[in-house]
Design a protein around this ligand. Structure first.
Ligand code: XMP
Length: 323
């Protein structure tokens, strides 16, 4: 039976409450860890970023963060992790660009669950390899949050690639394990993390891998990453901002015309949804001029794309992701 959140624990809704939580956790971490070293897989998502910032505050360079870039992150994400944690917070950060390794393993694989499995197990292998190079680690920090404990037996996002090697027998440090997502965000803000990290939309562990439909190729993946950046910046300016919004690139080509000649190019799909729990989802209205602005920028700037579509399907019957 998993440990439950103490009933007396107040909901963290204000900067003052966040500050008190941070002070308490900094002391608890110092006490638990002493002068030993702690390892953390830092994805750049809200939970692992908040845990990293808490641990840096508590134990500084005794924390070793490993950021694995599987090549399926969104535009600018690895750069932001390095900028925030290495440059601004002076963290002990190991950056592993494992793009080639992941994309080589994924080459020719079109089954979505097979893709997820490959990404998940490759992530574990890369992380375990990095861990094995460090010989004096005693603790493993994890961004487990309370819904993980309630919904999946304490396993961090069970279908996520964030799951860690089970044979890494370290003692766990899980400072946000009794917090709900909204509380983690309040704490992250108080720790000084940038808004686009603290309030970022949910992003699947397998990343762009499940949005580059079918067998992933490097050129189609790059087109997706660029088109997705356009969609995120334009839809991100709307009020209210949808719960999740991104781009998908199906494995199809259609006809376009350039310099008077017909050619085959990719179509990209804009997807935006509102939901409370991701079990059902509706499609928010997006002003036509915003759709057109995205179309124009994508067509003008993303090589290989000659068609832009808008997915107006709701869940059910359509899932939020295409795979
Ligand atoms: P679907 O597509 O099932 O998505 O309607 C519901 C929510 O779950 C996210 N999702 C994933 N998250 N690993 C994750 O960590 C995954 O493999 C995965 N598949 C879907 C999706 O982005 C949406 O928020």
């Amino acid at each position: 039976m998993a440990e439950l959140r103490p009933e007396s624990m107040e909901r963290i809704t204000t900067p003052e409450l966040a500050k008190a939580f941070i002070d308490e956790q900094v002391n608890a971490i110092k006490e638990q860890v002493g002068d030993k070293k702690v390892l953390l897989a830092l994805s750049g998502g809200v939970d692992s970023s908040v845990v990293a910032a808490l641990l840096i505050k508590a134990i500084g360079k005794q924390l070793v963060c490993v950021h694995v870039n599987h090549g399926l992150l969104r535009k600018g994400e690895p750069e932001q992790v390095i900028e925030v944690f290495k440059n601004q917070m002076d963290a002990n950060l190991i950056y592993v660009d494992a793009t080639d390794r992941f994309l080589d393993k994924l080459a020719g694989v079109s089954d979505p669950e097979q893709k997820r499995k490959i990404i998940g197990s490759e992530f574990i292998d890369v992380f375990a390899e990095e861990a094995s190079k460090l010989d004096d680690i005693s603790f493993l920090a994890q961004g487990t949050i309370y819904p993980d404990i309630l919904e999946s037996d304490g396993v961090k996002a069970h279908h996520n690639v964030g799951g860690l090697p089970e044979d890494l027998k370290f003692e766990l440090v899980e400072p946000v394990k009794f917090l709900y997502k909204d509380e983690v965000r309040v704490v992250g803000k108080e720790l000084g993390l940038p808004d686009n990290m603290v309030f970022r939309q949910p992003f699947p562990g397998p990343g762009l891998g499940v949005r580059c439909v079918g067998a992933i190729t490097r050129d189609r993946l790059e087109a997706l990453r660029e088109a997705d950046a356009v969609v995120r910046s334009k839809i991100g300016e709307l009020t209210p901002v949808p719960w999740q919004y991104f781009c998908v690139i199906p494995d199809i080509k259609s006809t376009g015309i350039k310099d008077g000649k017909r050619y085959m190019g990719w179509a990209v799909v804009i997807r935006a949804v509102n939901t409370v729990d991701a079990v059902t989802a509706t499609v928010p209205e997006i002003p036509f001029k915003v759709l057109c602005a995205m179309r124009d920028e994508i067509i003008a700037t993303v090589p290989g794309v000659n068609r832009v579509l808008w997915d107006i399907s709701e869940k059910p019957v359509s899932t939020i992701e295409w795979e």
